[in-house]
Design a protein around this ligand. Structure first.
Ligand SMILES: NC(=O)c1ccc[n+]([C@@H]2O[C@H](COP(=O)([O-])OP(=O)(O)OC[C@H]3O[C@@H](n4cnc5c(N)ncnc54)[C@H](O)[C@@H]3O)[C@@H](O)[C@H]2O)c1
Ligand SMILES: O=P(O)(O)OC[C@@H](O)[C@@H](O)[C@H](O)[C@H](O)CO
Length: 402
């Protein structure tokens, strides 16, 4: 691609996938940036450089499209072009590549930082938009490994690393144009205000909210939307429902997910003074309503994918359980969600983590795997509950238990 002409400030976004094109790239473009998408998929990059725009299909009763313009693309291996672009008026770098891929984008981002240091360019912000607590901090650690001491010093002074939470359901979308994205109307992008630098140009990004209480918002989203989404997908899989819509329309699944979210909600409200029970209950209802959007086809295999990542400590399943344990609160629904996750094994799945999890349980036995994943002591009542729920689900399936 040619370096975009510098009439507009530039945002560089890594990951031209669902959330990249369907949310973050669109918000940045609408805020007045020229958005340079960096990706590994040549067909997407070529299409971005030919079309310089695409349609966002808003999926609700009054479906309509919004045009996203001023976009182009560059392959993530094309470091020379990435370096040239970084000499232009860049204000922000964002990512939406997936938590596991984040370390791989550290190198090209480090090249941008090195180039800007040599060119004596001013501050920019970096925001990793992934479903992972402290994703931007992890990215920063990876970038540091690519820099020498002087470059690290330049980075500390000139680069704002801001943690964020990003929420919009954007499943893969079938369309004639490979760039188009299909999105729900709801969106929320909340960024840590205290880590942002004054950039040049300093663009106000409508659609990006800032807060002083980022941890609370990250946990609210991950322990509600993603927790409920994951449990819906795992129970959906066990009940032979291919999509989130069909799963959440099943009364027994709806009530199980709702129960788990009320448990996590009680803990969230107790933990974070900025939330209150009534508002949080409304947030849960909105979340369940979003899962039931009849215009969205979201497969349980997408939402449940990489179960070992979702079963990590602090993530959407064990995170809220730990919070409930801290306050001595009920957590049966959440523990059942963990048991369902451990049974997620779609036939012929190419998901490496599905295979790995299945192999771990076969090799070590369920109880040992639960102990390893949770870090709880042998004999802990929650370990026994997960094991008990797993055996019930495995033996009788999900619906039959109620
Ligand atoms: N889709 C959603 O509903 C949603 C919503 C909120 C947050 N998220 C989070 O956003 C992130 C991305 O999710 P997605 O649904 O957009 O996934 P996706 O698979 O649609 O997009 C990821 C993109 O990253 C690209 N990529 C892979 N390796 C790369 C590399 N080395 N350099 C540059 N690009 C690379 C892929 O080619 C792909 O286009 C994940 O962390 C996800 O949890 C997704
Ligand atoms: O992207 P994951 O695998 O972390 O989680 C799957 C979904 O829950 C997720 O992509 C949601 O659609 C999204 O987080 C909505 O904001």
């Amino acid at each position: 691609m040619n370096v975009p002409n510098a009439e507009k400030p530039i945002a560089i976004h890594f990951g031209a996938g669902n959330i990249g094109r369907g949310f973050i790239g669109a918000v940045l473009s609408q805020a007045g940036f020229h958005v340079v998408f960096v990706d590994v998929q040549k067909d997407i990059i070529d299409a971005l450089n030919e079309e310089h725009g695409y349609d966002l299909h808003i999926l609700n009763n009054e479906s309509h499209t919004e045009r996203v313009e001023n976009v182009s693309g560059v392959m993530s291996t094309d470091l020379e072009t990435i370096k040239k672009i970084s000499k232009e008026p860049v204000s922000i770098i964002t990512t939406a590549v997936g938590a596991g891929v984040l370390p791989k984008v550290a190198k090209p981002i480090a090249e941008i930082i090195k180039t800007r240091m040599v060119d004596k360019r001013g501050p920019i912000d970096i925001v990793a938009c992934e479903n992972l607590q402290h994703a931007t901090d992890l990215l920063k650690e990876e970038i540091e490994k690519e820099l020498n001491d002087d470059e690290c010093e330049y980075m500390q002074e000139n680069i704002g690393f801001a943690v964020c939470t990003v929420d919009r359901i954007v499943p893969p979308f079938e369309s004639k144009n490979i760039l188009d994205a299909g999105v729900e109307p709801f969106y929320e992008w909340t960024v840590d205000r205290n880590s942002l630098k004054k950039t040049d140009p300093d663009v106000t990004i409508k659609g990006m909210h800032t807060t002083d209480n980022l941890d609370a918002y990250v946990q609210r989203k991950l322990f509600t939307l993603n927790c409920g989404h994951a449990i819906t997908s795992y129970l959906g899989f066990l009940s032979h429902k291919p999509t989130i819509l069909e799963a959440i329309q099943t009364p027994s699944i709806h009530s199980a997910v709702s129960k788990a979210l009320r448990e996590s909600g009680t803990a969230l409200v107790k933990k974070h003074a900025i939330f209150n029970e009534d508002d949080h209950n409304r947030y849960i209802e909105t979340t369940l309503h979003r899962f039931a959007n009849p215009h969205i086809q979201d497969e349980v295999t997408r939402v449940g994918k990489e179960p070992l990542r979702k079963l990590k400590k602090g993530d959407r399943l064990l995170g809220p359980i730990e919070m409930c344990r801290e306050f001595g609160l009920p957590r049966e629904g959440l523990l059942m969600g963990v048991a369902a996750a451990l049974l997620f094994a779609p036939k012929d799945s190419e998901d490496e983590q599905v295979k790995e999890l299945k192999g771990m349980i076969e090799e070590k036995g369920l109880r040992k795997v639960v102990l390893e994943l949770t870090g709880w002591e042998e004999g802990d009542e929650d370990v026994e509950k997960v094991v008990g729920e797993y055996e019930k689900l495995k033996g009788k399936g999900f619906d039959c238990r109620l």
